[in-house]
Design a protein around this ligand. Structure first.
Ligand code: G16
Length: 548
């Protein structure tokens, strides 16, 4: 494409998606995320970048998802999806940030610079899949994304309202037709089809019951489960809440993030003693479980629990199929509860690694194993299988001894039920339900596998969250000076104390995590660390309070 044709890039920007704010915006943990009214020019420019990326990848399809996931309704965002359905390659995040922040006047020249820098052949075709969540600001932003794609003569395909993982799945399928059909229906056929297949082979037994309550966070996940529900033929009886009607607000006092962070049940959900509930987030890329006992005490079954449940099931199936050479590993972040890490190492005897927050980091670490199980404690995760693992399991399913064949056959269904591209609340829900059914257990039995250390998460608002930098998978803080030594001092005053701080990549806050031997101690430690952040990192607004 000759440089003169880039003029349209500037013309579209000026006429339709002008940059109206000087607020600097950065590609964060999961793309750009901020108040929706600051995003239109950013999303338009990401449409340009998606076309360039597609051409660098020889015309393979790139994805753009308009969502702010767990954030509240006024926010929005955009996540870019690479051809294999993974998050955008990290080396491109700086390019994305640069393009998002230049003035309209510099947009044409910066676009030309980027094209040169990444050596994109602008004569190639380019294809971009665009999806959006249920926010009222999403259609306008999706249109801006499509305009960005059109400005550089790429071909946009709009999927309308889909979950983030459905979009990732479709991108992967479009570039690799062995993975499935790149449509929402193709997703249901593969994931739900595999669940129904496996249910034929694993009759309901023991204490497992087929009723599952779901908190849809008033987002897209509940709506999609409402479609899926009709095809489940009683294999799973979904009782859906928080579907977005009746004035329910997206992620407000409901959804996976609210339940995990506040350690409280969501509003808008009926409860029955010991009935398990799955709580999704706004774009359905996270899931956590919980139940209340007969005294209304809540028990969380978070991402760590899901990871250990899946890892132990897959380990058993691999052993039963005789696939001894395949190496399974687990990936967590600093948020993983100390109780889970101990259980994984000492009981499951599975290798475990710790990486920075963000599925992009976990996903890549998990690829190092034949079977990589990765989950953030907040419920964001999945399982990835190497080609070698898939081939080995498929060979055993064909040629193994009868018992080995049966175990391998179940594993093949399990793999089909897994959205390997990214954490997926719907796929994870079917995986968890399958394992609970296979083991014939109810939620309290699942909970009993190990004990969590009491923990607390807090947020602190500071002038500039980037004043906090970290190392060692975010477990140590390198600036501002003196903060880590203060945290170290505080931690030593609590039995089983552990704490860390890090800047959020999705909200304008510093996150504080603490765990200790009792809930009161975890709460106190978190509050003391939050006060230290407030003092040493330029806190603004109300000073964090110590629990009474
Ligand atoms: C995103 C990321 C997650 C991350 C979460 C919180 O989730 O995909 O990996 O754990 O943000 O990140 P931070 O602590 O940096 O704000 P989601 O579900 O909001 O897309």
């Amino acid at each position: 494409m000759p440089p003169s044709s880039l003029r349209v890039v500037y013309a579209f920007a000026r006429e339709m998606h002008p940059k109206t704010s000087d607020v600097f915006i950065q590609y964060g943990t999961a793309g750009f995320r901020t108040k929706a009214n600051l995003l239109e020019h950013v999303v338009y420019r990401m449409g340009l970048l998606a076309v360039i990326r597609s051409r660098v990848k020889n015309g393979r399809t790139i994805g753009m998802m308009i969502t702010a996931s767990h954030n509240l309704e006024p926010d929005n965002g955009v996540k870019l999806v690479d051809p294999d359905g993974e998050m955008l390659e990290q080396s491109w995040e700086e390019i994305a940030t640069r393009l998002a922040n230049v003035s309209d006047n510099d947009l044409e020249s910066t676009t030309a610079e980027v094209i040169k820098e990444v050596n994109a052949d602008m004569a190639l075709k380019a294809s971009v899949f665009i999806g959006m969540d249920t926010r009222y600001t999403s259609p306008r932003l999706a249109a801006a994304a499509a305009n960005g794609v059109i400005a550089l003569k790429g071909t946009p395909k709009e999927f309308g309202i889909v979950t983030t993982p459905i979009l990732h799945f479709c991108v992967k399928c479009r570039n690799d037709n062995t993975y499935g059909t790149p449509t929402e229906e193709g997703y249901y056929e593969k994931i739900v089809g595999a669940f129904k297949n496996i249910r034929q082979k694993l009759p309901v037994s023991g204490d497992y019951n087929t009723t599952l309550y779901v908190d849809g966070a008033n987002g897209v996940g509940g709506k999609k489960l409402n479609i899926i529900k009709k095809s489940l033929d009683g294999e799973l009886d979904l009782k859906l809440f928080n579907l977005g009607g009746n004035g329910g607000k997206l992620n407000l006092n409901c959804g996976a993030d609210f339940v995990k962070v506040s350690q409280k049940p969501p509003v808008g959900v009926e409860h029955a003693p010991f009935q398990r509930v799955a709580s999704l987030d706004g774009d359905a890329d996270r899931i956590i479980y919980y139940f209340l006992d007969d005294q209304n005490v809540m028990y969380l079954l978070d991402g760590d629990r899901i990871a250990t449940l899946l890892a132990s099931y897959i380990t058993r199936q691999l052993a039963a199929s005789g696939a001894h050479t395949l190496r399974l590993g687990l990936v967590q972040t600093a948020y993983a509860n100390g109780g889970s890490t101990k259980y994984i190492t000492e009981e499951l005897k599975v290798p475990v690694s710790c990486v920075k927050t963000g599925v992009k980091h976990l996903h890549h670490a998990a690829l190092a194993y034949d079977v990589g199980v990765y989950f953030e404690a907040n419920g964001h995760g999945t399982v990835v299988y190497s080609d070698n693992a898939k081939k080995t399991i498929a060979r055993i399913a064909r040629e193994g001894e009868p018992e080995q064949r049966a175990a391998a056959d179940l594993l093949l269904n399990f793999i089909d039920m897994t959205n390997e591209t990214v954490g997926d609340a719907i796929s994870d829900l079917f995986l968890v339900e399958t394992v609970l059914c296979a083991r014939g257990i109810a939620a309290p039995h699942w909970l009993a596998s190990y004990q969590d250390l009491p923990c607390r998460q807090l947020k602190v608002t500071v002038q500039d969250r980037n004043a906090i930098s970290t190392t060692d998978a975010e477990r140590q803080c390198t600036s501002p000076e003196g903060l880590q030594s203060r945290i170290n001092e505080l931690v030593t005053t609590y039995k089983d104390g552990r704490a860390f701080v890090r800047p959020s990549g999705t909200e304008d806050v510093v996150r504080v995590y603490a765990e200790a031997d009792t809930q009161l101690n975890a709460d106190k430690l978190a509050a003391e660390v939050a006060q230290a952040v407030f003092e040493l990192a330029g806190g603004v607004g109300a000073r964090p309070e110590l629990p009474a």
